[in-house]
Design a protein around this ligand. Structure first.
Ligand code: GLU
Length: 464
C-alpha cells in the first residue's frame, strides 16, 4: 500500500472557521495515525478575494490548534504556469475548447431554458467551432461523450452517481486567463500525489466533474471523503448569527486548543460513549468509518464544558503561560505578583475560560485593593479593629503559610476573638480580595504569601 497523502486546502478569503478547522483536523489525524503526509495548500487563485492577512490568520489558527503540516504551505498563485500548460494540453487533445459566448448571450440562453422548463446549462454553441474570432473567450472542458454517468464511493457518504445529462461543459479558464477551482484542485491533488481527499461536503457536487478531469488529464483518481457540514442550534448552516465561527475568536475568548480540538473531533465522529480525547488518543482512535453522514449541530455549552475540564486537569505550568497574556491585557505585570502556578491552582476549579480565570486572578496582583462598595460597608467596620489586630498578630507569628499551619493559626484567632470561622474568613476575604467571592481563604493566603497578606490587612486597618 502506498503512503497516505492528504491535504487541507483553504481559500484565504477570510479567517479559519470552525468547519474548516474540523476538516483540517480529520486530515491531520489520519496522516499522523498512518504515518502519512499532511500537505497544506493555500488556494489563492482568486486574486481579488485572497489576502495575505487571511493567509496569516489561517496559519496562526493552524499553529494554535497544533496542526503542523509535513509539506507546505504551497501557494497556488505560484503555480499558474503549470495550470496554463495543462489547459493547453487539454486544448491540443480536443478535450477542451474556447468559448466565445458573451455573458449577455449566456444569460439570455439561461433565461430561455428556464422559460421552457429545461435545465439552465450551457448548450454547447462553441463546441464544434473552428474559427478563432478576435474576441474574449473562456476555455471549457468538453464533457466526454459515450459515458452516461460518473460514480464514486465516498468514504463517508457511500456511493454517489451523477448522470452526465445533469452536467455541462465546465469553464476551466476565465476570460482573464486565470484557471478555475475545479481545474486547479485536480491538477494540484494529482501532482502532489494526494490519494485521499477529505473536504467539506459543500464540494460533493464538484467531485464527479473533477473525476472527469482527472481522467482527461491521465491522472489516477484519489479516494474521497466528504465531511458533513456544521449547523447552528436552529439547524441552519453555522454562521456568525450563531456566535463566533472563527477559530481564533475562541482563543481570544479564553478557550484552550485541546478543548476545541476535542470538541471538533466529537462533532460528527464518535467512539463509544467517550467524550474526552487527547490529541494522542484521537490520532490512535479516529476513523472515517465512524464519522456520521449527517450534519453536526454546534453546541457551545458542550465546548465550554470541555474547556473547563481541560482547565481543571491541564498542566498548571502550561496554563500559567497561557493565562499570562490575558493578565497582561489587563495591564498586569505578572512578574510582580505571586507565583503564577499557584494562582492557576487556586482558580482552576471555578474558571471555565482563561478570560474568566484572568478576571478571577486580578486581585492577586493588585498593589492596593479596591473594595466592592457593599462588601466594604458590611465587613470593614470600626468594630472589626480588634479582629484585624488579632489577625495581624497571629498571621505574623505563623511560621509558614501552609494549610496546616494556617488552620492552627485560625484556631487561635477564633478562640481569641470568640468568632466562628465564617465571621473571621469573610471580612478577611474582603480585605485580601476586595470582594466576597474567591477561592478558599487558606488558598488565597497561601498564594498571596505572608508579606502580601499582612500588607493588605494593614491597608484595611487604615480604612476602618
Ligand atoms: N479551497 C476550497 C475551499 O476552501 C477547498 C477545496 C477542496 O478541499 O477541494 O472551500
Amino acid at each position: 500500500m502506498s503512503q497516505l497523502r492528504v491535504r487541507f486546502a483553504p481559500s484565504p478569503t477570510g479567517y479559519l472557521h470552525i468547519g474548516g478547522a474540523r476538516t483540517a483536523l480529520f486530515n491531520y489525524l489520519l496522516a499522523k495515525q498512518q504515518a502519512g503526509i499532511f500537505v497544506l495548500r493555500i488556494e489563492d487563485t482568486d486574486v481579488e478575494r485572497s489576502t495575505q492577512e487571511s493567509v496569516d490568520a489561517i496559519l496562526d489558527a493552524m499553529e494554535w490548534l497544533g496542526f503542523s503540516c509535513d509539506e507546505g504551505p504551497i501557494y497556488q498563485s505560484e503555480r499558474f504556469p503549470m495550470y496554463k500548460q495543462k489547459v493547453q494540453q487539454l486544448l491540443a487533445e480536443g478535450k477542451a475548447y474556447k468559448c466565445y459566448c458573451s455573458p449577455e448571450e449566456l444569460t439570455a440562453k439561461r433565461e430561455q431554458a428556464m422559460k421552457e422548463g429545461r435545465k439552465p446549462k450551457y448548450d454547447g454553441t462553441c463546441r464544434e467551432r473552428s474559427d478563432q474570432p478576435d474576441a474574449p473567450y473562456v476555455i471549457r472542458f468538453r464533457l466526454p461523450e459515450g459515458q452516461e454517468e460518473t460514480t464514486f464511493v465516498d468514504k463517508i457518504k457511500g456511493p454517489i452517481s451523477v448522470r452526465h445529462e445533469e452536467l455541462d461543459d465546465l469553464i476551466i479558464q476565465r476570460t482573464d486567463g486565470t484557471p478555475t477551482y475545479n481545474l486547479v484542485v485536480v491538477i494540484d491533488d494529482a501532482e502532489m500525489g494526494i490519494n485521499l481527499v477529505i473536504r467539506g461536503d459543500d464540494h460533493i457536487n464538484n467531485t464527479p466533474r473533477q473525476i472527469l478531469l482527472y481522467q482527461a488529464l491521465g491522472y489516477q483518481v484519489p479516494d474521497f471523503a466528504h465531511v458533513p457540514m456544521i449547523l447552528g442550534p436552529d439547524k441552519k448552516r453555522l454562521s456568525k448569527r450563531h456566535g463566533a465561527t472563527s477559530v481564533m475568536a475562541y482563543q481570544e475568548m479564553g478557550y484552550l486548543p485541546e478543548a476545541l480540538v476535542n470538541y471538533l473531533a466529537r462533532l460528527g465522529w464518535s467512539c463509544g460513549d467517550e467524550e474526552i480525547f487527547s490529541m494522542a488518543e484521537l490520532i490512535e482512535k479516529f476513523s472515517l468509518e465512524n464519522v456520521g453522514r449527517s450534519a453536526g449541530v454546534f453546541n457551545p455549552e458542550k465546548l465550554l464544558w470541555l474547556n473547563s475540564h481541560y482547565i481543571k486537569t491541564g498542566d498548571a505550568k502550561r496554563l500559567a503561560e497561557l493565562l499570562t497574556p490575558f493578565l497582561e491585557q489587563k495591564g498586569i505585570d505578572v512578574t510582580k505578583g505571586p507565583d503564577m502556578v499557584a494562582v492557576v491552582e487556586s482558580l482552576r476549579e471555578r474558571a471555565t475560560t482563561l478570560v474568566e480565570m484572568a478576571e478571577g486572578a486580578a486581585f492577586y496582583f493588585a498593589e492596593e485593593i479596591v473594595y466592592e462598595e457593599k462588601a466594604q460597608k458590611k465587613f470593614l467596620k470600626a468594630e472589626q479593629a480588634e479582629l484585624f489586630a488579632t489577625l495581624v498578630a497571629e498571621l505574623e507569628a505563623c511560621p509558614e503559610f501552609t494549610e496546616e499551619k494556617l488552620e492552627a493559626a485560625f484556631a487561635v484567632i477564633m478562640e481569641k476573638s470568640g468568632l466562628k470561622f465564617g465571621k473571621v474568613a469573610q471580612p478577611l476575604r474582603v480585605v485580601l480580595t476586595g470582594g466576597t467571592a474567591s477561592p478558599s481563604i487558606y488558598d488565597v493566603l497561601q498564594v498571596l504569601g505572608k508579606e502580601r497578606s499582612l500588607q493588605r490587612i494593614r491597608q484595611a486597618q487604615g480604612v476602618l
